[in-house]
Design a protein around this ligand. Structure first.
Ligand SMILES: Cc1cc2nc3c(=O)[nH]c(=O)nc-3n(C[C@H](O)[C@H](O)[C@H](O)COP(=O)(O)OP(=O)(O)OC[C@H]3O[C@@H](n4cnc5c(N)ncnc54)[C@H](O)[C@@H]3O)c2cc1C
Length: 377
């Protein structure tokens, strides 16, 4: 059984049926699809790889691939380059509904149902007293009810971000994904991700403790900063949500329940990317559910560690270093001159990349130099 039909839940259900077409897979969500979800809608090339693994290589082929990426660091360093593999921007209203439809077409039973209770019953988990399953994938998002019912702690506030997104009109030819980082209230950044149809997903996000420190209504701060940073792109349909950022070691679940995607706090702490992790972790949970149905959690934990372990530890270390905006200035400055560094930053920010020691040395060297220069002034 799968709780939550976002990318993580649909991936789990799709994978289970892909591996075992006769398996009975129930996918529950509290909402009907299509439904909106606060998101930047950016799907990295790595996410498309996951779609291919799930047997859906063409799912978003009708959306324009975007290769151009511009990143402005908190101190104004700028890199504008073409990514090695294109990203896509697909509104979640469309993307998630397509995944659910694909799951249904593969024989998954999809039901609208809000999960409220969980109990162990011998070799089964009993959900809301009516659904019994040998394995459960909890993919019910950032405020996961299932995680709470398991007694597992929520993501600490210092590892939680909050972001607002809206849609703005842009010229149809605009194909540059812009990420503009902010020194004020760092870490914080605004984005504009053109969809390719004359609109762009625009947004602004920051860490929750920084927002709370503003001592103003959250909505006023987020909407205000977005309007201030992208004044030429007035946004409609504003919607905000929490981002549970990875702190390096995900809690994969308890007993027969596996947590995937945001429910497992799997969001890249450097970029806020979570769709790729959701698809990947959902797929691995779906695999464990059918291949090790009697005791799926150890298999899932191992698979997750194998796929993302080193990467998550890398992003955790980098996120700590990045608390100093000078570190990001140095990284972007180096990336603007060295193509291989730019490519690597994309791999770390959007995929499962790690940082070779030589590169870490180059960035740290530049960071140190900038720091000494500042002190010498
Ligand atoms: C503003 C913002 C911008 C972002 N931008 C990007 C981006 O550009 N690219 C990117 O990769 N990531 C982005 N992210 C992160 C991304 O949105 C998430 O990581 C991703 O949605 C996680 O997928 P998921 O399947 O784990 O959870 P979700 O997509 O949140 O799906 C969870 C599902 O569970 C259902 N549910 C919840 N509770 C219950 C219950 N009790 N019973 C039944 N169903 C339930 C919900 O209805 C929902 O459908 C952004 C996040 C935010 C907030």
């Amino acid at each position: 059984m799968v709780v939550g039909a976002g990318p993580a839940g649909s991936a789990a259900a799709l994978r289970a049926r892909q591996l075992r077409p006769e398996a009975r897979v129930l996918l529950l969500d509290r909402e009907d699809f299509p439904r909106d979800k606060a998101c930047g809608d950016g799907i990295a090339a790595h996410g498309r790889d996951e779609l291919a693994r799930l047997g859906l290589p063409g799912l978003i082929d009708d959306h324009r691939p975007t290769r151009r990426l511009e990143v402005v660091s908190p101190g104004g360093e700028r890199v504008h380059a073409t990514v090695a593999r294109p990203n896509h921007v697909v509104p979640r209203r469309v993307f998630d509904a397509r995944l659910v439809e694909a799951a249904r077409a593969r024989g998954v039973e999809v039901r609208r149902h809000r999960v409220r209770a969980l109990a162990e019953r011998g070799p089964h988990v009993l959900v809301d007293g009516v659904f019994a399953a040998r394995a459960v994938v909890a993919a019910d998002g950032a405020n996961s009810t299932v995680r709470r019912l398991l007694g597992l702690p929520a993501t600490p506030e210092r590892h939680t971000a909050i972001a607002v997104r809206g849609y703005a009109e842009v010229p149809a030819g605009d194909d540059v994904q812009l990420i503009a980082m902010q020194r004020e209230g760092w870490p914080a950044y605004a984005w504009s991700f053109p969809v390719g149809d004359g609109s762009a997903n625009v947004g602004f996000g920051m860490l929750l403790p920084r927002l709370q420190a503003c001592d103003l209504p959250g909505r006023r701060v987020l909407h205000g900063r977005l309007a201030e940073l992208l004044p030429h792109l007035p946004a409609r349909d504003l919607r905000a949500h929490r981002l549970p950022l990875s702190c390096g070691r995900p809690r994969p679940g308890a007993g027969r329940v596996m947590l995937a995607g945001d429910a497992a706090s799997l969001i890249n702490p450097l970029t806020g990317e979570g769709i790729y992790y959701a698809l990947l972790s959902g797929r691995l949970a779906g695999e464990a559910a059918v291949r090790a149905a009697g005791d799926p959690l150890p298999a899932y934990r191992r698979a997750l560690r194998g796929a993302l372990g080193r990467h998550l530890r890398t992003t955790d270390v980098l996120a700590r270093a990045a608390r100093s905006p000078g570190f990001i200035d140095a990284a972007i400055a180096v990336a603007s001159r060295r193509r291989e560094v730019f490519d690597l930053l994309v791999e770390v920010g959007l995929g499962a990349g790690t940082v070779p020691p030589r590169l870490a040395g180059a960035v740290a060297g530049r960071w140190l130099l900038d720091g000494l220069r500042l002190r010498g002034r």
